[in-house]
Ligand binder design. Structure first.
Ligand SMILES: *Cc1c(COP(=O)(O)O)cnc(C)c1O
Length: 507
């Protein structure tokens, strides 16, 4: 019989054997994982793009309690294959044309692995000097690629920071603008602060306003129209600002967009700087998706006027081959951001911070801890060079142009708004000789989209702009090549033909 002493001994030795980071075990599992990833990427087209599972599918496949005893890695990996992958909407599939693509690359993956390897929590310079300084260098490099003026660079009078998402970038700059105004008019006047955007500004702007304490009734969401391709009209902004000021309100922030989420509308940045200067309004440009294209000379004009804005954000996790999450934010006046967001607890005090010679990025963002995100962007920039990054953008745009031509040359379909980047907004609009009169175009397009996505062969999404329901084909998933775009068009045509036959049968 086992004595009590023996049992205790056994218990202790198990504890000693538990090594969460054993280097050789790590090597073994990491190689297995890499093999798994390579196979997934190679075979990605065998999975439906849009996951076909039903809500709650996972609950039935797993035990209801966590395992008490350890399980082998091979078994867990097998479950990823059989239980996780069926529930994945495969964003990296070359047949993914929904939303905006989340582009990736080998370089960014290696960067992601390395930053995960260090797991540095670089809230201030001292906690991770390399993470801080590389981020400063990379943000200045990227600013150069976009031909931003030196006022946005550390080597000039500004600086950049990598946030997780555009939502955080907007929130942080909004809070900086809010506090600048409240310093002047007193914090009890927060109810007087007014912010401006268009009805095409991303929904996260309204969320940021809520978090920042801007009253919902003080958010001016100015209407756009098809005449201006759904871009914000400068004279509308002037009129709204003047009316608000006349009524005793205080305008603080205008959010412009280069490449709106719905239809890639571009607000003409340079036409808002006078009103912003006159009324002390913080001008922010949200170029989450389309900003990456501005590294190409032929697209740079969309940033004309950028020298007079206060901040610009764009997300390399959208169109710049960088794994989620990565949003670059440049500000002209970092001290306003720091004034609004800095903290100085005793437990983080240190000599470099007190010397004021270093950047402490915790004062530029929502959180305290932060990932070493610049590493993946640095790897992308170094591994590919501006040359390849420009041709990456151009190749996506060329494929979108090809699709646009398919649509234009087909009398059953039409382009709804002009294509600017690699997003094509179009709709099915069969002429009345084919489709029976009185059939609603919107309903037909909804049915078309459902039919297409239910095949699992491609995934597309829709939007409604100016009351018009339209289909969005966003080209540019990293693995997408011309034949995928051609196949997507053929599938759309097949869907239209199939549905037309059905409609005829009903009538
Ligand atoms: C995608 C997108 C956003 C949202 O970005 P997150 O990083 O997910 O917060 C904001 N604005 C525009 C124009 C976008 O396209």
């Amino acid at each position: 019989m086992e004595s009590l002493g023996d049992a205790k001994f056994t218990e202790t030795s198990i504890l000693n054997e538990f090594k969460p980071l054993d280097p050789e075990e790590f090597r073994k599992q990491a190689y297995q994982t890499i093999d798994f990833i390579v196979d997934y990427y190679k075979n990605i087209e065998t999975h439906p793009v849009l996951s076909q599972v039903k809500p709650g599918y996972f609950q039935s496949t797993l035990p209801s309690t966590p395992p008490y005893k350890p399980e082998p890695f091979e078994k867990i990996l097998k479950d990823v294959q059989t239980q996780i992958i069926p529930g994945m909407t495969n964003w990296l599939s070359p047949n993914f044309f929904a939303y905006f693509p989340a582009t990736v690359s080998t370089a960014a993956f290696m960067g992601e692995m390395l930053s995960t390897c260090f797991n540095s929590v670089g809230f201030n310079w001292l906690a991770s000097p390399a993470a801080t300084e590389l981020e400063m260098v990379v943000m200045d490099w990227f600013a150069d690629m976009l031909k931003l003026p030196s006022t946005f660079k550390f080597s000039g009078s500004g600086g950049g920071v990598i946030q997780g998402t555009t939502s955080e970038a907007i929130l942080c700059t909004l809070v900086a603008a809010r506090d600048r105004a409240l310093d002047r008019i007193g914090s009890n006047n927060i109810g007087k602060l007014i912010v401006y955007g268009s009805d095409q500004t991303h929904s996260t702007f309204v969320k940021a306003c809520k978090i920042a304490g801007i009253l919902a009734c003080n958010i001016r969401s100015l209407p756009t129209t098809i005449d201006l391709d759904f871009s914000l009209c400068p004279s509308l902004v002037c009129a709204a600002v003047e009316a608000d000021v006349a009524n005793g309100f205080v305008p603080i922030y205008l959010c412009l967009t280069v490449g709106t989420t719905s239809s890639n509308a571009v607000d003409p940045i340079d036409q808002f700087s006078d009103v912003a200067t006159d009324y002390g309004i913080w001008l922010h440009v949200d170029a989450a998706y389309a900003g990456s294209a501005c590294i190409c000379p032929e697209f740079r004009h969309y940033l004309n006027g950028i020298e007079r804005v206060d901040s610009l954000s764009l997300s390399p996790h959208k169109w710049f081959l960088t794994y989620l999450d990565c949003c670059c934010l440049w500000v002209k006046n970092p001290s306003l951001l720091i004034r609004a967001l800095s903290t100085n607890p005793e437990y983080l005090k240190n000599k470099p911070s007190e010397s004021n010679l270093v950047v402490d990025y915790k004062d530029w963002q929502v959180g305290t801890g932060r990932k070493f995100r610049s590493l993946k962007l640095w790897l992308v920039l170094r591994s590919y060079g501006v040359e390849n990054l420009q041709s990456h953008i151009r190749s996506d745009v060329r494929m979108a142009e090809m699709f646009e031509d398919f649509v234009r040359n087909d009398s059953q379909f039409e382009i709804v708004v002009p294509r600017r980047f690699a997003l094509v907004c179009f709709r099915w609009n069969p002429d009345s000789s084919l489709a029976p009169a009185g059939i609603n175009v919107e309903i037909m397009n909804r049915k078309l989209l459902d039919w297409i996505n239910s095949t699992g062969k491609i995934y597309m999404t829709h939007t409604i702009v100016g009351g018009v329901y339209m289909l969005r084909l966003a080209v540019g998933a990293t693995l997408t090549e011309e034949p995928h775009v051609i196949a997507a068009w053929n599938l759309i045509k097949e869907a239209a033909d199939t549905l037309l036959v059905k409609v005829m049968q009903i009538c």
